[in-house]
Ligand binder design. Structure first.
Ligand code: PNS
Length: 162
């Protein structure tokens, strides 16, 4: 089974890493794939995001890639068996259900959901960036985001605000 775990990963968080670890258990191959969307403002470039993922996830059957355009086209191109997404709450579920149904109609490939773990269900890349942007302006020595992202990401975010 070849699973695609797509996302913005701007940046990867401990929530994403939990989904990757748990998803990799039932996949022969899990491809974490970063969406390249030049129209969307991001903190990290696609190359930086890929490097941060590679540094923070070292699992034998997990690789990192990127895609642009429609996820359904990419899924077909790489001949994936299923799409993997994490779901934190009912709002995530409603959004993901819409994506899943449309992706299935577009490429005939289903999406499997994993519930976010209890320790990570509150984490989002946007919240990490919001906290960092406000706090790092005042205090660069704080490790306020160290429970939300891996250490390499925490350092990379600090460097962005230096
Ligand atoms: O990490 P995110 O931002 O929640 O990931 C969202 C993502 C990348 C999975 C979603 O935006 C996506 O698949 N974008 C590609 C464009 C696309 O296929 N849109 C139509 C979906 S039916």
């Amino acid at each position: 089974m070849k699973l695609i775990y797509p996302g913005s990963f701007d940046p990867i968080t401990l929530g994403h890493i939990d989904i990757i670890k748990r998803g990799s258990v039932f996949a022969d191959e899990l491809i974490v794939s970063v969406l390249y969307n030049p129209a969307k403002k991001s903190l990290f470039s696609v190359e930086e995001r890929i490097d941060l993922i590679k540094e923070s996830v070292r699992i034998k059957n997990v690789t990192v890639d990127f895609f642009d355009g429609l996820l359904a086209d990419y899924v077909k191109k790489v001949n994936a068996s299923a799409i993997l997404r994490g779901v934190r709450n009912s709002s995530d579920f409603e959004n993901e259900k819409l994506y899943a149904v449309n992706n299935y109609l577009l490429c005939g490939v289903d999406t499997v959901f994993l519930p976010a773990g209890q320790a990570t269900g509150h984490i989002s890349s946007s919240i990490v960036k919001e906290i960092a942007a406000i706090r790092f302006k005042k205090d660069m020595n704080t490790n306020i985001i160290s429970d939300l992202v891996p250490q390499n990401v925490s350092l990379a975010i600090k460097n962005k605000f230096l």
